[in-house]
Design a protein around this ligand. Sequence first.
Ligand code: NAD
Length: 412
Amino acid sequence: MNIFESALSQIKKAGTSVMIDPDMIARLSVPDKRIHVSIPVQMDDGTVQIFQGYRTQYNNARGPYKGGVRFHPKVDENEVNALALWMTIKCAVANIPLGGAKGGITVDPKRLSQGELERLSRGYSKAMYDLIGPDQDIPAPDVNTNEQIMAWMLDEYENIARHKLPGAFTGKPLALGGSLGREAATGQGGANILRYLAKKKNWTPQETTVAIQGFGNVGYHGARLIQDLGYKVVALSDSRSAIYNEEGLDVSAAHVYKQQTNGLSGFPDARDLKNDELLSLPVSVLIPAALENAINDDNVSNIKASVIIELANGPVSNTADAVLAHNDVMVVPDVLANAGGVIVSYFEWVQNKTQQYWSEDDVHHRLDSLLFDAFEDVWNVSVQHNTSLREAAYIVAIKKIVDALALKHSQR
Ligand code: NAD
């Protein structure tokens, strides 16, 4: 089963359990539009290399398409489709008026110079020009893309349009219409989710230990903000290394160390682990914040955490998810746990459209309010239907999307 097929099986399962019209599930089982482009880029040595770029516009029943752009060697159509489907579900769970999309380029950006990366980013924006825009489809950062890349893409877009349209991209630098609080928003949302869950479980921060896989945008800000709430972050990892101290790590110092040494290995006051060992630590909460399928058939039986908060998209395979459920490991699904990013992207888009800019405090309060409501909705549905939080999140989302679709297709 490829990753898109496994994403589809989540839709079908939730649809069947609450008896959604099968025609509607069939409608939700195919993306609206799949775009595949070739992007020629002039390399620094004078040669021209052709890169493959993708954008899947999955569903816009509830609002313009919305979703990040990923730069990674493993990007392909199936991955982009799955991520676009999850975005559709996520926006509906968060109850924001946006649909779902995702994009990507098959590339290892670490092998490109800054100039090559800029030309590639501009090439993507140019190739997608007709299909994206503030009321059509709004890209944002994802793995290996950041505010600088959004700035290049927006500049290319506005040069072609010949007018200012800052709402065409989110995750922009502040100077170009970005929102306060956007960079840390996904991690902030993850920290909020841990706070809501701890309340349900009567956990105190001091007795709750957390291990986080992935130390990029989401993992770093998540770790930092979770530590700020008083929880003990005992383990961190990146693609090459992992570190552990059962008394707790200093997340900010680890971040500085990673910037200086390009890794986590050898960090003072911590023990080096093999990368995969982080997943099997005896912690209260495990947070995958790297890539898909981190928890799979090969390692699921080693998991000792009692809760998994999915800050990455799709970090638990379907079969591993069933094993976790059987072992009473609670999983807060990606479509809820990492929704902080798209919620603040939505705020950025609203600010661009209204030309009124909010304080960081305002952004935090609004994020807390939307995410808390989404968490309560999902929690209550899971209690009511006696389902996992994942299935509950899909039920909440599919009902909203189907309501919107039905209103548009009353002649069906
Ligand atoms: P990023 O590129 O900033 O960071 C990714 C991190 O994962 C890096 O530290 C990398 O070293 C690490 N990594 C890769 N393979 C690993 C492995 N095998 N073990 C441990 N670490 C590994 O990307 P990001 O923006 O932080 O995104 C991370 C995840 O969060 C992705 O699944 C992404 O789709 C999801 N997400 C991101 C956002 C956002 O706002 N950026 C929003 C929602 C979801």
